[in-house]
Design a protein around this ligand. Structure first.
Ligand code: IFM
Length: 412
């Protein structure tokens, strides 16, 4: 830790080093080339995704959705200025997703206009010096896929891989790194076991089957994308710091197996593993326990637990031995200073992972914008950039400026 008097000395050293093209590395620095950015997903920010299964789900009686997504953040039309804002803040990477239902609205019918839209988004990232990290699937699928039994139909894996191949062929010169599937472990859990995502089933058996379809889809998609282009690929896994309590070791191990390990095992052919981490769950012999009475909670009702990032990165690296990219980490809060406190602690833990020798390639905050938080609607505020729900006007939050400055200088 530096004293206040030492800070100007370090800053002077940094400026001198920058003038001669070097960087001062302190114990709080991240390697040059470290990816610093933020993430979004198409459905949560684009608006007007009528051809997607979620558009139907939001309106389905009994789905429990708080409100429809409608125009979301109109990012479909405003992506240029949003990308420019991220670059101006100091970031060097942007992760966003391609909406499969726009690109293939009917089976086998591909929209050149929509593919061109994503070309323009990738080009905008390059124009602003951001490394684009497209994600080929982030929770939503075309309506026609849902009508054909969705992800419970093993054939969905092949259909998904075909779309990936077509999209990769169209975009191949514009990206070098990509995510096949965001959180392939969540639709099986939330949609097929917990019933709060489409198709709203409560059937643990279906969850296992859907896990298998997602794993197959990831493998086939990686193969399909690699047929078209030589890019670094991985999936982004939703991880939780699962902590056994009161003899819950066996239950925690069983949960890790079905939620995480089957997916981590499927990364053997990948270039890196994407880690999405937010919180912890204490696990007793009976299963996951609700946060203890009086525990500090975030705007989504999750326990405030920034230490989760370090625990999950360590576990993903231990299990797979692969480089790690933090593909999501953040907090839903109306108090932006709480966001800064949360991320400070998460990044401090990430530094410890690096010091322990883990190859961490980047940190992408979730999310760039206050966006549509699925069944919760627009109430939870994860964004670095606020969005006025009526005018779509953007407001840069202090946390965005703060994190952008860390990105710019590459150290905490
Ligand atoms: O908003 C989601 C995102 O779509 C997937 N990961 C978790 C985020 C917060 O719930």
């Amino acid at each position: 830790m530096l004293s206040v008097a030492e800070v100007p000395i370090l800053n002077a050293l940094r400026s001198q080093a920058a003038r001669v093209g070097c960087r001062v590395v302190t114990s709080r620095s991240f390697a040059p080339g470290f990816l610093w950015g933020a993430a979004t997903s198409a459905y949560q920010v684009e608006g007007g995704n009528y051809t997607s299964d979620w558009w139907v789900w939001e309106r389905q009686p009994g789905s429990g959705c708080a409100e429809p997504s409608l125009d979301a953040c109109d990012h479909y039309h405003r992506y240029r200025s949003d990308i420019q804002s991220l670059a101006n803040l100091g970031f060097n990477a942007y992760r966003f997703s391609l909406e499969w239902s726009r690109i293939e609205p009917e089976p086998g019918e591909y929209s050149r206009a929509q593919l061109d839209h994503y070309r323009r988004m990738l080009e905008a990232c390059h124009e602003h010096g951001l490394t684009p990290i497209p994600t080929f699937h982030h929770f939503t699928s075309p309506r026609w896929v849902a009508e054909q039994d969705g992800w419970a139909n093993p054939a969905t894996a092949e259909r998904f891989a075909h779309y990936c191949r077509v999209a990769a062929a169209h975009l191949r010169d514009l990206f070098e790194m990509a995510i096949t599937i965001n959180e392939p472990n969540m639709p099986p859990l939330l949609g097929y076991q917990d019933g709060i995502f489409p198709p709203g089933l409560r059937d643990p058996g279906a969850r296992q089957l859907v896990n298998a379809t997602f794993i197959r889809a990831h493998e086939l998609a990686a193969e399909a994308i690699r047929t078209e282009t030589d890019v670094r690929l991985g999936l982004a896994l939703a991880m939780v710091d699962l902590q056994p309590v009161d003899g819950g070791e066996e239950a925690a191990a069983a949960l890790r197996q079905v939620r995480e390990d089957v997916f981590l095992d499927a990364t053997s052919g990948d270039d890196f593993v994407g880690v999405n981490a937010y919180t912890r769950h204490e696990v007793g012999p009976e299963g996951i326990r609700a946060p203890a009475a009086g525990a500090r909670l975030t705007g989504l009702g999750w326990e405030y637990w920034p230490q989760a990032l370090e625990a999950c990165v360590r576990r993903a690296a231990d299990v797979t031995g692969k480089p790690i990219l933090v593909t999501e980490n953040g907090i839903a809060t109306d108090d932006d200073s709480e966001r800064i406190a949360y991320v400070t602690e998460a990044l401090t833990g990430l530094r410890r992972c690096i010091e322990a020798g883990i190859d961490v390639r980047g940190y992408l905050y979730w999310s760039a914008l206050d966006n549509f938080e699925w069944n919760h609607g627009y109430a939870p505020k994860f964004g670095l950039i606020g969005v006025d729900r009526v005018t779509q006007e953007r407001t840069i939050k202090p946390s965005a400026t703060w994190l952008g400055a860390i990105a710019g200088r590459g150290s905490l």
